[in-house]
Design a protein around this ligand. Structure first.
Ligand code: GLY
Length: 345
C-alpha cells in the first residue's frame, strides 16, 4: 500500500481534492493526536458527540478551548431540528466562523456534526474523529454530510469536506459485534471496487486501504456526477430492504446480500462468469455475513422499491460488475429482478 505513517505511527491517507485536500489518519489511539490536526488559527472547538461514545470512554482533547455537546444515541439524531439545536447552542456559546466543530462518533454523528458545520455561519471547519468501522471506511471520508427527513434518508445535506479525519481503531474494541458487522459489509464491497488483496492486511491497514480506495473515487468525482456511484455497489437491494423495514438486518448485512444479488444480476446479464459470482460469495462469507435474503421477503414490494431508490434517475439502475469493472446498468426488466431475487432466497 502506498501510504505513509506519521502522527504517532498512524497510517496517513491523503484525500486529493485540491484546495479542499485533507488527510485521513488511521491507527490505534490516533484520537489522542487531535490537537495536531486542528488548524492552527482555530480559537475554539465545539466537540459534538453521542452519549454512547462518551460512555465508552472515547473522549478527545482538541488542545484549545472547547465545549462538549452530547446528542442522543442512534441514527435518529440525524434531524433538521437537531441541526437547529446544535447551531443555536453554538451561537449561544459564541462560536465564530474562525472556530471549528469536531464530531466524535460513528456515521450519524459525523453526518450531523458535519452538516451543522457546513451551515453554521455558512460553513466553518470540521474535523471528524470516527469511532465505528462503518464510519471509518465510509461516512467520515468524502464530504457527504446531512440529515434524514420522514420522507427518506439523507434527503437534506451538503458536500462539506473535513479538514482532517482521525480513524481510531482502538475505539473499535468498544463496538458491539452487530455494529462491527455493519462495517464489514461495506468492507466486503471494497474487494470489488479495486484490487481485492485486502485479506493479507492487518485491520488498521485494511481500513486505510478501504479509505484509500474511497479517497481515489472521491478525488475523481467529488459531487457524484458519475464514478462516485461505484461506492453504492450492493446498495440498491440494501436500500430497498431497509426502506421496506421489518427485517432484522444491519446495514452491512443488507449490503452483503446486496453484493451477492448484484453479482447474480451481472451473471444473468452476461457481464460476469459463475467464478466471479462465487468470488462474491467467498468474500461475503469470509466476513461471516449473510449471502441470502432474510425469511419472508416480498419480491414485488422490493422490486417496486428499486425504482424509488434515490440514486435511480433513469428507471431501475444497478451498479453491476463487468469486464470493465463496476458500472451503472439501466433498464433491467422487473421479471429479471424478481427471478434473481429467487436466486438469493
Ligand atoms: N457512501 C457513499 C459515498 O460517500 O459516496
Amino acid at each position: 500500500m502506498s501510504v505513509e505513517t506519521g502522527l504517532k505511527g498512524a497510517i496517513q491517507v491523503p484525500v486529493d481534492l485540491g484546495e479542499r485536500a485533507y488527510d485521513v489518519w488511521v491507527g490505534p489511539g490516533v484520537r489522542h493526536c487531535l490537537a495536531d490536526v486542528i488548524p492552527g488559527d482555530v480559537g475554539r472547538v465545539a466537540v459534538v458527540t453521542q452519549a454512547a461514545v462518551a460512555d465508552a470512554g472515547i473522549t478527545v482533547d482538541p488542545g484549545v478551548e472547547h465545549r462538549v455537546f452530547i446528542t442522543d444515541n442512534g441514527e435518529q439524531i440525524k434531524t433538521l431540528s437537531a441541526v437547529e439545536e446544535l447551531c443555536r447552542e453554538f451561537a449561544q456559546w459564541g462560536l465564530t466562523r474562525r472556530d471549528a466543530v469536531v464530531a466524535v462518533g460513528g456515521g450519524a454523528v459525523t453526518d450531523l456534526g458535519g452538516f451543522a458545520a457546513a451551515v453554521y455561519h455558512r460553513g466553518i471547519r470540521v474535523v471528524f474523529v470516527s469511532t465505528t468501522l462503518l464510519g471509518q471506511i465510509d461516512a467520515s471520508v468524502g464530504g457527504k454530510t446531512g440529515v434524514n427527513l420522514p420522507e427518506g434518508k439523507n434527503l437534506v445535506g451538503a458536500f462539506w469536506q473535513p479538514s482532517a479525519v482521525l480513524c481510531d481503531t482502538e475505539a473499535l474494541d468498544t463496538l458491539p459485534p452487530e455494529e462491527m458487522r455493519s462495517g464489514l459489509g461495506e468492507m466486503a464491497k471494497y474487494h470489488f471496487i479495486a484490487d481485492a488483496n485486502l485479506h493479507s492486511l492487518s485491520l488498521p491497514e485494511r481500513i486505510a486501504r478501504c479509505v484509500q480506495i474511497k479517497a481515489e473515487v472521491v478525488a475523481a468525482d467529488e459531487r457524484e456526477a458519475g464514478r462516485r456511484a461505484v461506492l453504492n455497489y450492493g446498495h440498491t437491494l440494501a436500500h430497498a430492504l431497509e426502506a421496506h423495514g421489518g427485517y432484522d438486518l444491519r446495514h452491512g448485512e443488507a449490503v452483503a446480500v446486496g453484493l451477492i444479488y448484484a453479482a447474480e444480476l451481472a451473471h444473468r446479464t452476461g457481464r460476469i462468469d459463475a467464478e466471479r459470482v462465487d468470488e462474491h460469495r467467498r468474500v461475503v462469507d469470509g466476513y461471516r455475513l449473510p449471502t441470502r435474503l432474510p425469511e419472508g421477503v416480498d419480491s414485488d414490494a422490493i422490486v417496486g422499491l428499486f425504482s424509488r431508490d434515490k440514486k435511480a434517475v433513469d428507471g431501475v439502475t444497478f451498479m453491476l460488475d463487468g469486464p470493465d469493472g463496476i458500472q451503472p446498468v439501466a433498464g433491467l426488466e422487473p421479471a429479471l429482478l424478481r427471478e434473481t431475487l429467487e436466486a438469493v432466497r
